[in-house]
Structures are given as C-alpha cells and as structure tokens.
Design a protein around this ligand. Structure first.
Ligand code: NAD
Length: 552
C-alpha cells in the first residue's frame, strides 16, 4: 500500500546535505529513541542504530533476552554498523521446535475457523498500534525507504484483515453425483505445521502472507527468516506470540521463530514433521529446498526469483510509462522480486524514452532511507554491490552501454553500499539480461512488432511479473491472452512491482509456480477431502460396475 510519486523531482542530494548520517542521527534521536544520545560522528551514528533498535524493541514491549549471543552479526545497511549479535538455533533446537509445532497443531486444528481468525484479528490490531515503530525497525535493518517500510507494515495489517475474513470462508464444493440419493462433496481440513523460509527483501510481509492464512486454516507455524533480517522477524513474530499468549484458544508454541541460515532452512525442508514448506528466495535456494521437500512428499510452495519486463508500445502514455518504470526499476533499490529488470521499448520511441528515463533516474535522491524525501536507499550489503558491479561488467562485455551504476558516498556511511541505479542499453537479450541480478539494473531492449516484444518478454527462465504500457486495446488484450505474457502477474499500464494482496501472488517457470497468498492460495495450507454419502437403501457402484452378492 506504499505510494511513491515521481512527479517534479528536485535536485539529487549530495554528500553532506540532508541525506548525510549526521542528519540521520538527529532523525533517529527525534523520532525513535532516547533524545539524550550523543551526536553525530560516524562512530556515534553506528552506535546509534544499535541503540535505536533496543529502544524500538522497548517501545514494542518486547525483549531480545534469550536471543542475544555471538553466532550471528546483524547489520544495518544504512551505515554498515552492527546492530547486535544473536544466537542461532541448532539442529536439536529445530527438532524440538517441530515436535512443539506438531503438538500445537493437534490442539489448534480443533479450534473453529472463525475463532482462529480472532487470534489473527488481535495480532493485526497490535501491528496497527505499533505501525510506526515496526516501520522504523524494518527500515533500519533492511534499508528500504520509510514510505516503503510503512507500506510493508500496512501489508501485514491488510493481510491480517484478509485472513480474518477468510476464516469464515474456507469453503468446499457440492458436486452432482451420478448416483441417486448420494451426496458428493469436497471440503478442507488443516494440513499440519507450516515451515516458512523467507528472504531479506520483504522481511515481514511474506511471513504474514503465509502465516496468517495458515493460522486461520488451522496450522501451526515455524518461521525461519533471512539471517540478514532476524530482528524484524523477532519483532513481528514475538507480537504474534504475545497475542497468542493472551488468547485462551491458542496452544503453546503455535508460532515459533528459528534464527539461522541455510542450514536451519535445510532442516525444515527435510523434516517429515513439517507438512508444508513455504520458501521465498532465490532460484538456487528453491532448487535445493523444492527437491528436498519433494523427496519426502511434503508440500512445497516456492516463491523464487523474477526477471520482470515492461513493454512500452508506441501508443503508450509516456509520462505514465516513465513513472511506472522508474519506480518499478529503482524502488527498494531494485531489491524486489518484482523489480523491473528489462525494458522492451518500441524502436520508434526508444531514443526519446531512454533519454528521459536516464534524466529521471539521474535526479533520484539516493541516501538514508530514514530521510523523508529519499527515493532510493542502500543495497543490503557488500555482496549485493559486488554482484551488481559484476553484472555491469558482464553487460559491457556483451555490448551494453551503461549509464549510472556507480557507488554513491553518503557521509558517515563508509561501510554502506549506496548506488546510482543503472540503465543499460543492450544490443539484444544476452546472457546477463536473462539472469536476475538483485540490484537496480534496468536493461533496455527494443522491438519493432508486438510478437517480437512478447517473445523477448517470455524469453527468460523466470516467469514472475510483466507489464505493457499501451493505449491500444488489441495489444493490451493480446498481452494478457494465452499467446501473450507467460508470467504469473500480467499488468497493463502499471509497472511490474507493487501487487495488491487480494490476487494470488507468484510466478511460473523457475519462479517456482507457488502462490503463497491471495485468492484461493489458502488451499495450499489445507488438505482436501472428497466425501460421498449414500442415503439410499441400495449400493449402486460408480460407472455402472456390477458386483452382485447374495447378502440379505
Ligand atoms: P536467498 O535465497 O539467499 O535466501 C532466502 C531464504 O532462504 C533465507 O532465509 C535463507 O537463509 C534461506 N536459504 C538459502 N539457501 C537455502 C537452502 N539451501 N536451504 C534452505 N534454506 C535456504 O534469497 P535472498 O537473497 O534473501 O532474497 C532475494 C531472492 O528472493 C531474489 O531472488 C528474489 O527474487 C527472491 N524473492 C522472491 C519472492 C517471490 O515472491 N517470488 C519474494 C521475495 C524475494
């Protein structure tokens, strides 16, 4: 629900201007924590973020006791400083968690759906009360700009409301039976513990998509968040634990949080006690997790990488297309699964469109995500920056002309990775264009006919999100038809990112085919029963099979 307007764009900020960390420290002091903090050197600012996080947990009435340790360093991408260190869960802890989740499931599945919904309603209320605190925590740990952080927290609130409604609508089917005086129905029962593995870039929303829906469906849940954003997970998870502790129908251990990395996620993937594994992250992760869950015939719901394209047709409203493409390509610093990575623009308008695109991207304000008018915050870490630079190098070697993409200095943030989003004019859809690089790089391709544009759009391994900017109804319909885009998300005159929660979210091909939330995705969290009741006095067999017996 975040809004991001690129209208009149004032000059970009420079190091030492309003986006310096000096101002940032003041901002934290004014808004989030104890106002007696010392000011403003880079060192003080680093300490300030750790201090701010402690203050935000205090505001939430939560404590990190029991989680502090030495295994896992947690850093803020805003300045690269360490926020805290946490203990990681070990294999024996994971076994105990799964056993707890199974016990909780046995109790929870007996609670009627609408009463399960009541827990989610109370949780949504808690998140609503703490929206600003949670948004700041999320922005500090993940680095997305505050308006997007607020949008993500709003998405958690929205999905709670959605799940509450769903708790009264877990409906089945009545099917016409071929036999007289028989009733044929399908209905749904809770399936079992959910293990949810999530990525760093939506550290709260993806969890809420899966967990709130699974809870109303009668399942217990274990959340294994990204090791890059465990604090946001502990805050959101502990608020739900708090709501559950206060709710008479919620069993102990209904929702648990596992802190750890890939190894911890692997235990969830392998464990026969975890009925559903919902995994959001890279294709590489999904290829591993999907196979491991399938090997034991668990249910896997995979939400993996995208390589999303926009077609800009000659009839497009150019202003609209520019706003849509710039937000989709640069929002969240290009770190959304739905970020726009390929622009396929008609040859006849390419030169002018690309010129305006480069000028617009050049005027974006890049800097601290906690400063109100920033457009683009930092990359998550050095590895993301290095991957971006490698991709740009490869693009050059494949004939690309790169605009932007360089590192931006932000005062007091020498250990952080701020970048100017890159626009890369490519001669064709080369190897690097077909890969997802999780950074703000937009490759520009051109086309002359719609068939060619659709072939380019579909000519990558991923199939998550796509869009077309056009005022031609034939083109718009063709793009959405079976001979159009092959993606799970197909938009007209809207960019590729920023989906609403009501529709099923996910994509095809190496994106994994899963739908975590929205529409009828709740069926992923339940088991289907097909039931036939015979209320006659005879026993007709289906398909007219005869099996006569002499029995009185
Ligand atoms: P990642 O794959 O590195 O990590 C995601 C999660 O998987 C983390 O919790 C990590 O600890 C865990 N993990 C990694 N390898 C694992 C393994 N072998 N077994 C079990 N668990 C494992 O991804 P990331 O860098 O955090 O996020 C970026 C990626 O996520 C991008 O590719 C992006 O497109 C994708 N993503 C997809 C969606 C979607 O809905 N399709 C949403 C958000 C992010």
């Amino acid at each position: 629900m975040s809004s991001f307007t690129i209208g009149k764009i004032p000059p970009k900020s420079l190091p030492g201007s309003t986006n310096s960390l000096a101002t940032l420290s003041t901002d934290i002091m004014m808004n989030a924590i104890d106002t007696s903090l010392p000011p403003q050197s880079a060192k003080a600012a680093q300490g300030a973020f750790g201090h701010a996080v402690a203050g935000l947990f205090g505001d939430l009435g939560l404590s990190l006791d029991g989680h502090l340790g030495s295994d896992l360093g947690v850093f803020s991408p805003i300045d690269g400083s360490e926020l805290t260190r946490l203990k990681m869960h070990q294999p024996a802890d994971m076994d105990a968690m799964v056993a707890n989740a199974q016990t909780a499931f046995l109790a929870w599945k007996q609670v009627p759906g609408p009463h399960r919904g009541e827990l989610v309603r109370r949780y949504g209320q808690l998140v609503r009360e703490h929206k600003e605190t949670l948004s700041r925590l999320l922005a500090i740990e993940n680095g997305k700009i505050l308006t997007e952080a607020r949008g993500e927290v709003q998405e958690v609130i929205d999905i709670c409301e959605y799940a509450v409604g769903l708790s009264r609508q877990l409906f089945g089917l009545t099917i016409a039976s071929e036999r007289a005086e028989h009733r044929l129905t399908e209905y749904w029962h809770p399936l079992g513990p959910l293990g949810l593995i999530s990525a760093f870039n939506f550290p709260a929303a993806v969890w809420a998509w899966g967990t709130t829906v699974a809870l109303v469906c009668g399942d217990s849940a274990i959340w294994k968040p990204s090791e890059k954003t465990p604090l946001t997970a502990l805050a959101f998870g502990k608020l739900l634990q708090k709501a559950a502790a206060d709710y008479e129908f919620a069993p102990d251990h209904l929702v648990q949080i596992a802190i750890g990395g890939a190894e911890c996620g692997g235990i969830i993937a392998d464990h026969p006690g975890v009925a559903i594994v919902s995994a959001t992250g890279s294709v590489r992760m999904g290829q591993d997790v999907g196979v491991r869950v399938q090997r034991r015939f668990g249910r896997a719901v995979l939400e993996l990488g995208g390589n999303n394209a926009a077609i800009v047709a000659p009839s497009a409203d150019v202003g609209l297309a520019l706003r849509g493409t710039v937000f989709a390509a640069t929002g969240t610093c290009g770190q959304r699964c739905t970020s726009l990575r390929r622009l396929i623009v008609h040859e006849s308008i390419r030169a002018d469109f690309v010129k305006r695109l480069i000028a617009t991207v050049d005027s974006l304000r890049i800097g601290s995500p906690l400063v109100d008018d920033t457009h683009v915050g930092p990359l998550i870490d050095k590895a993301a920056f290095d991957a971006m630079q490698r991709a740009l190098e490869q693009a050059r070697s494949e004939g690309g002309i790169v605009h932007g993409g360089e590192r931006i200095d932000v005062e007091g943030a020498a250990d952080a990775y701020y970048v100017r989003p890159a626009i890369v004019e490519m001669p064709g859809q080369s190897d690097i264009v077909r890969e997802e690089t999780f950074a703000p790089i937009l490759y520009v391709l051109s086309y002359t006919g719609l068939d060619e544009a659709i072939a380019l759009q579909n000519g990558v391994p991923q199939g998550l999100s796509s869009c077309i900017f056009t005022n031609d109804v034939r083109e718009a319909e063709r793009f959405q038809s079976a001979t159009g885009s092959d993606c799970g998300i197909v938009n007209v005159n809207i960019g590729t990112s920023g989906a609403e929660i009501g529709g099923a979210f996910g994509g095809e091909k190496v994106t994994g085919g899963g739908r975590v939330s929205g529409s009828d995705s709740w069926k992923n969290y339940m088991r289907r029963v097909t039931a036939t009741v015979n209320y006659s006095t005879s026993l007709p067999l289906a398909q007219g099979v005869k099996f006569d017996l002499d029995i009185d």
